[in-house]
Design a protein around this ligand. Sequence first.
Ligand SMILES: NC(=O)c1ccc[n+]([C@@H]2O[C@H](COP(=O)([O-])OP(=O)(O)OC[C@H]3O[C@@H](n4cnc5c(N)ncnc54)[C@H](O)[C@@H]3O)[C@@H](O)[C@H]2O)c1
Ligand SMILES: [Zn+2]
Length: 360
Amino acid sequence: MNHIIINKDFRNSILEFIKSKKYSQIIVLVDENTNKHCCERLAFKSFLPKHELIEIKSGEEEKNLSTCIQIWQKMTDMELDRKALLINLGGGVIGDMGGFCASTYKRGIDFIQIPTTLLSMVDASVGGKLGIDFSFDNNTFKNHIGVFRVPDAVLVSTEFLKTLPNSELRSGFAEVIKHCLIADADKWKSLVVSLQSLNVSDGTLSIGIDFEDIVSHSIQIKDKITTEDPTEKGLRKTLNFGHTLGHAVESFYLNTSEKLLHGEAIAVGIICESYLSLKRNLISEEDLKQISEYILSVYGKVIIQNHDLDAIIELTKQDKKNEYSEVQFALIGPIGTCGYGITVEEKEMKEALEYYIKTV
Ligand SMILES: NC(=O)c1ccc[n+]([C@@H]2O[C@H](COP(=O)([O-])OP(=O)(O)OC[C@H]3O[C@@H](n4cnc5c(N)ncnc54)[C@H](O)[C@@H]3O)[C@@H](O)[C@H]2O)c1
Ligand SMILES: [Zn+2]
């Protein structure tokens, strides 16, 4: 079980956590955006005991070994010992990479996650997966180098979402939808009902959403699943729903001018993989229709060309979750439950993508 605190007297929770341990030094890892928006919002400088900042450049392209080297060098310059604390204040990039650097520096120092994006609140900061991307020979392998280690605490304040760009908010929301579909049918129903009050027509998402409610709900689901199966031997694979075809779509568009945010690609993946659930008689036509309509009204339609389908399907072969060279899916059904380790043939994947292309 993670030590997770949501919104309750946020600053005091940080101070109490720090007081409960005798740290020799405190370091806060930020990128330029979280330094600007989040340090200020927290008034970190004035209320946190003596600490130093390490600022790195924002973006997934920075989540690599050379940035880790910069971080380890700064930690070494600051003469951090094993009693030091690293606070990761940022999105999933800061959390994954900061956690990885903390876990490996002098064989491991304490670290806490303070997630500042919706995605990092409901997904990346919970469950103990840490790591970086790895590039060689012009290939980049996402999250290729890393470890499992649960943070010493996860402290969440939905206040940070106020400065998050709307596109990032929408991207993180795909994981919220996923959590409802795999683990809570009633919550899924309430999302569908509240769709009318969402102002999504101009791409904004924030109106009508009680973020404290959806964030704590999503964290509970992710925490329960990852506590039961921390190293992804079984149940944790259900969190990959929407992600097999979703990742392939994300990778395909990575090298084009129509780059998609992670959640935008996962939204496509959720529709396609729900179609596969229908084909296996796991959900009804009505369920599929509802899922497709909901997702299309929040995310709009990604234009996928028929002649790109083979290339997208080819990319599913690189999925880390495959076993014995078979592409393995997690499929929902009935809604609120999810199976995993389900082998799907290429021809079925193509049908699923064609369904997406045809859906209006
Ligand atoms: N460890 C896991 O289990 C897990 C799960 C899902 C995703 N991830 C990883 O998470 C990463 C994606 O995370 P992300 O979507 O948070 O991306 P991110 O960390 O790149 O943040 C997105 C952007 O928002 C900015 N930002 C962050 N908080 C802000 C705020 N409050 N106000 C204004 N701007 C803000 C950042 O500087 C960045 O430019 C990926 O590397 C992915 O692999 C990890
Ligand atoms: Zn995801």
